[in-house]
Design a protein around this ligand. Structure first.
Ligand code: SF4
Length: 401
């Protein structure tokens, strides 16, 4: 099934990065450092940006964090890192943005969770205060609804209304409807205060794949705000990656999603940039955007008694990633390059012919011979211990050409 046409949305400018309006789907991420720790936060923002994050969000949870933002921006600039920083606000955003004008000015976007801006009359007052600051500083906002912090008064009201229906919805259906209503009513309120239509982005994040797909399909049909898509609390390891890929992938296949974030739980001290690589890989494997040449490799089987092809596939992928900072400026379009590294001749030649460059390593034997294909044509056969460096040489020549 072909990918659906992108849903129509208004473009929103986030510090020079356009979200929506048909612009390429933006990859973004979020730090997990203490924002008040300027050095650690600068280091992680720079690493996320270097990995490919086009927007980075930081939590601005207290006065120390708010005071640190200008220092973080200056630290990034000293390192030559220019990436829009988004402030994530909960509970006290109205006071932090008011009391730290430099922070309000330097952030590229404010994320507001309508479930966490206060209750009753306070909710409306605090929400209005943040929106007025966004208007004053000409910033876009993301109205980021999260099912774990859904506006409880709204949910209670909708549960009551549902109970009076002749055919009540299930509790799940009411919850999903409440998420949509919270996002859309908040956006409407923001516009009534004076925030322009093209400065609003919406997200309705949830941690179950089927719920995610349903709630985003519903909200996508009811507005033209750009949508920030991500599975919240996706989890650890394979579960987080698989669930995010399926949830985000299903929506992208429907043409839904203008920016994505993959929310992985890293191992303690683990590499935060993995979420960026996963987000890029989702977009690239779906044929939506290209970031780094990807290696197609077979899984290996009983025919591969040598580990040469696994090592080579790994080495080539690492080599390609390492070259990209130089290659992407020197050789435009190189990110779409396809390289196949196959374990034997059963599927090797066929897969290699479909790639720009391919090699079929011999699964066994002490005298390895590996046919190489360039643009679908067999050009040479590499032999012996020089197979890997010789193939990298062919790869370099191909990219230069
Ligand atoms: Fe096994 Fe060869 Fe298929 Fe790889 S290409 S999985 S080695 S049969």
């Amino acid at each position: 099934m072909a990918i659906a046409l992108r849903r129509t949305s208004v473009p929103v400018n986030v510090g020079g990065v356009i979200i929506g309006g048909g612009a390429p789907v933006v990859v973004q991420s979020m730090t997990n450092t203490d924002t008040a720790d300027v050095a650690a936060t600068v280091e992680q923002v720079a690493a996320l940006h270097a990995a490919g994050s086009e927007i980075v969000r930081i939590t601005v949870n207290d006065r120390d964090a708010a005071a640190a933002v200008p220092e973080i921006v200056r630290g990034l600039r000293r390192r030559g890192v220019e990436v829009p920083l988004v402030g994530d606000f909960h509970y006290n955003g109205h006071t932090l943005l008011r009391d730290f004008p430099e922070t309000a000015r330097l952030l590229a976007k404010y994320r507001i969770n309508p479930g966490n801006v206060g209750f009753g009359k306070k909710h409306d007052e605090n929400f209005k205060a943040i929106i007025e600051l966004a208007i004053q500083y000409e910033k876009p906002v993301r109205i980021g609804v999260n099912w774990g912090s859904l506006d409880q008064s709204m949910l209670a009201r909708m549960m009551d209304e549902n109970a009076r229906r002749e055919a009540p919805l299930s509790a799940r259906e009411v919850m999903l409807e409440a998420m949509c209503a919270s996002a859309l009513e908040s956006a409407e309120l923001a516009e009534s205060i004076g925030l322009p239509h093209d400065r609003i982005i919406i997200s309705t994040k949830i941690s179950e794949v089927q719920d995610l797909v349903e709630v985003y399909r519903a909200i996508a049909a009811r507005c033209d705000y750009p949508l920030h898509v991500g599975l919240t609390e996706a989890g650890m390891g394979a579960k987080g990656i698989v669930a995010s890929a399926i949830g985000i992938g299903l929506l992208l296949q429907d043409g839904i999603g203008d920016t994505i974030r993959v929310s992985l739980t890293p191992t303690p001290g683990g590499d935060r940039t993995e979420e960026v690589r996963v987000a890029q890989t989702i977009l690239q494997t779906m044929g939506i955007r290209s970031f780094t040449p990807l290696v197609t490799a077979c899984p290996g089987c009983g025919r591969t008694t040598s580990t040469l092809f696994q090592e080579m596939a790994q080495d080539i992928q690492t080599y390609l990633r390492e070259q990209m900072p130089i290659w992407k400026t020197r050789y435009p379009g190189v990110e779409a390059l396809k390289v196949a590294v196959m374990g034997c001749i059963v599927n090797g030649p066929g897969e290699s012919k479909h790639a720009d460059l391919g090699i079929s390593l011999p699964g066994t034997g002490e005298d390895p011979k590996a046919p190489v294909f360039v643009d679908g044509v067999k050009t040479t056969t590499l032999e012996g211990e020089q197979i890997v460096p010789a193939f990298i040489e062919i790869l370099n020549r191909y990219v230069e050409r």
